[in-house]
Design a protein around this ligand. Sequence first.
Ligand code: SAH
Length: 267
Amino acid sequence: MAQSRRLIVDPTQVQGNHLALTAEQHHYLCDILRLRSGDRFIALDGQGQAWQAVLKAGTAVESSRSPYTATLLAPLTLPSEPLSPITLMTALPKGNAFDEVVRQATELGVMRIVPVLSDRTLLRPSVQKLERWRRIALEATEQSERAIAPTILDPCPFPVAVEQWQAESPRPMAAMCVARREAIHLLNWLPGMTKSPLAAGVWVAVGPEGGWTEAEVAQAIAAGFDPVSLGGPILRAVTAAIAAVCLVSAAYQAQQPDIPDIHRPTD
Ligand code: SAH
């Protein structure tokens, strides 16, 4: 039970051993997790730092007009996050479909999400959408008990995303998922148990509902992406993104030694 009492906070909310909670966080702790004054939870900053925290007297529901605060008791040693330097570069689907991509890719352990404006997704999302995705990523980080939230970059045009990959050093492996083409299956493309190529990271690119254009595929291949298949059926863009991340993250997890449980000071 204690494991699920987790709250991701912004580092600016922490001052010394004092944690200023927002009304929303207070609602989550008191009304959803049903904590009361004096109860403990784990506060994380989403960047690898964590603390054992205790809700302060006067912050329970019965006195919800008091300032919402908690005291940070002790820093916690988090197990090192399984190393899955996966970047999901994905064209923005229509409507709110990207919410699901962000949520599930976060649960599956991606390190970074690059929302791409491709030839067939011209709509530039609003700043509010980007904030929403970052909030969803934090929620999913909390929910899946990750210590570090993935970075969601500002949406960028397809060529800029390719340049970002090219600028990485050492350069990660990169796969572009292409439907209706002869291409090696992503599962066979991942180099299985050999550690070295995976260690530099993997970028995996997934197109929009209408698919990548021929020009985009040609540009990516010319830049050094390998075209890969996810199998025979044509998947929806959201499904394809999750299927691709699943395969890559499984390849990483298969390489990880057992991860110890989080260390908690005894009560
Ligand atoms: N409408 C397009 C398919 C787009 S699917 C068509 O009819 O051809 C959206 C994206 O999901 C594609 O650009 C590709 O990146 C990925 N995708 C879907 N199914 C796939 C498959 N079987 N293999 C590889 N990629 C796939």
